[in-house]
Each structure stands twice: as structure tokens, then as C-alpha cells.
Design a binder for this molecule. Sequence first.
Ligand code: AMP
Length: 151
Amino acid sequence: MQSTENKSILDESILKFIISVDNVAHVQPENNLEHALLILIKSGYTAIPVLDTNYKLHGIISKAQILDSVLGLEHIEPELLETMKVAEIMATDVARVKKTDRFEKALSRSINHPFVCVEDEDGSFFGIITRSKLLAYVNGYLHEQRKNNNY
Ligand code: AMP
């Protein structure tokens, strides 16, 4: 019984967890680092997706990567913020799923990433799913199980 119910949560659709593209802060590969840093600071996020004008996903850019790239050996080199592009330093090993994928895949992809990117059938960026939302759902599910089974 327990294993059947655990299987059903793993097989659930991920659609209800998706923050849609319209609500996702992002930058473009050709933006300079100054612009990306401003977006990151103003949005309050640690890292955000990098999308081109056709909404194809190219990578992820983080505050840490930007700061690391302007650190010289002895000084911070803020002038690099204007000259360097997002595409030069973004991470390209992005955790991604298709919007038709199941909960199981999104959960496993999120283990090493605070958020997972979601693409639609033709590979266009569709949104993100945060690890915190997935874990909150698992937490609620497990507590419900305990209540129902009195353990
Ligand atoms: P959270 O679990 O809500 O703290 O989100 C985890 C991470 O997902 C954040 O640090 C961001 O990197 C990313 N994230 C969450 N929501 C958004 C959003 N609306 N736009 C861009 N990135 C986001």
C-alpha cells in the first residue's frame, strides 16, 4: 500500500509547480555583467536563467560567478562589469526537464540545484521549478501519510 502511494506522488505532473516564464527574472547572453548584476540584486535572487530573444535557454548566471570574474589578483576590477558579457561566464550545466515530465524527474534533477528549468516540446523555455516548492510538497505529503496511517 505504502509503495503504491509513494509511486503515485512520483508520477504526478509537474505543471502545478512551474513558475511561468513571464514571472521569471532572466538576462540575455549578450547582456554585460553590470546589467546582469543589477537584475540579480534588484530581484533578490542568487542565480537566474540566461535566455535569448527566442526564449531558448543558454545557461544560468549567478552573483558569485559575476563577482569571481571581476576579482583580479589583488584588486576588484569593476570596469570588467561593463565589458564582459554574460555568455562568457554563465554556467551551461543547467538542470532541465520537459513540462511533460513527472515529479520524479524534477525532484531528482533538483538535488544539486536550487531550481530546475522547464522547457516545452519544441525546446523553448517554459519556466522554472524551485527545489523548495518540491520539498514543501513532499513534506506535506509525508505528513499527510503519517496522519492517515497513525504512525
Ligand atoms: P526559492 O526556493 O524561492 O528561494 O528559489 C530558489 C532559487 O530559484 C532562487 O535563488 C533563484 O535562483 C531561483 N528563482 C526563484 N524564483 C525565481 C524567479 N521568479 N525568477 C528567477 N529566478 C528565480
